[in-house]
Ligand binder design. Structure first.
Ligand SMILES: [Zn+2]
Length: 236
């Protein structure tokens, strides 16, 4: 049997299992989605978001990429983020990394991977920022584990530094941002970081949103020199 057919058979078995427990399972889950959580995880096949959190369909709005990165020019991630924050109005965004992450592990080498070098470069930048602390750890396994934890914390910061999140924090007091680490060796998730709405950020990344009605433009938020025209309130 072709290996892929196992998945289609698995689907049939899953449908039957769900219907046996509740004949209305699928009609009940076919309505509009209203998830409370956005999940940004690694593409690694060993870290299935719903499975490791016992979540049902409709509970997690999921975006996955190599090494669970939040890159401020990644329109795929940003589109999912904007949709989750503005349309779905999620209360929580979880960046979930995991130990033994191949993306992080390989970013710490000097190997040339071709195209993926460009993606791993963001992880190399995280290493450079924290090199002193990381290089002080002698044990290679512990150093890699710490790098994976730091990477998640940096991605949570990256989320907080988007205008999408900052605008929502200011207007609606949500979402809370979480950094989690999944331990493949035990199955447990560890809470690594949490940024609540209004958390203190590096000032250079703060937006003033003076284009919001009723907000006065401060001197430091005025564009300089040949700046582009004033953005509309809808711009990000
Ligand atoms: Zn990974």
């Amino acid at each position: 049997m072709d290996a892929y057919k196992r998945l289609l058979l698995g689907n049939k078995a899953w449908v039957e299992e769900k219907i046996a427990i509740d004949p209305n399972y699928f009609p009940l889950h076919a309505g509009p989605q209203k998830p409370q959580f956005m999940w940004i995880g690694c593409s690694d096949s060993r870290v299935p978001a719903e499975e490791i959190t016992s979540a049902e369909p409709g509970e997690l709005f999921v975006h996955r990429n190599v090494a669970n990165l939040v890159v401020h020019t990644d329109f795929n991630m940003l589109s999912a983020l904007q949709f989750a924050v503005e349309m779905l109005q999620v209360e929580h965004i979880i960046v979930c990394g995991h130990y033994d992450c191949g993306g992080v592990k390989n970013a710490l080498t000097r190997h040339d991977f071709g195209l993926i070098n460009k993606w791993l470069r963001y992880i190399k930048d995280v290493y450079r920022l924290h090199r002193r602390d990381l290089d002080a750890i002698d044990d290679p396994q512990q150093r890699l584990d710490r790098m994976i934890e730091i990477n998640v914390m940096e991605q949570v910061n990256n989320l907080a530094e988007t205008s999408i999140v900052q605008r929502s924090w200011k207007k609606y007091g949500r979402p809370t941002l979480h950094g989690w680490i999944y331990d493949l060796r035990t199955g447990y998730i560890k809470e690594q970081a949490c940024l609540r709405p209004g958390a203190k950020l590096e000032p250079i990344y703060l937006f003033d949103f003076w284009d919001e009605p009723g907000t006065e433009q401060k001197e430091e938020s005025k564009p300089l020199g040949d700046a582009p025209p004033v953005p509309s309130p809808a711009a990000h």
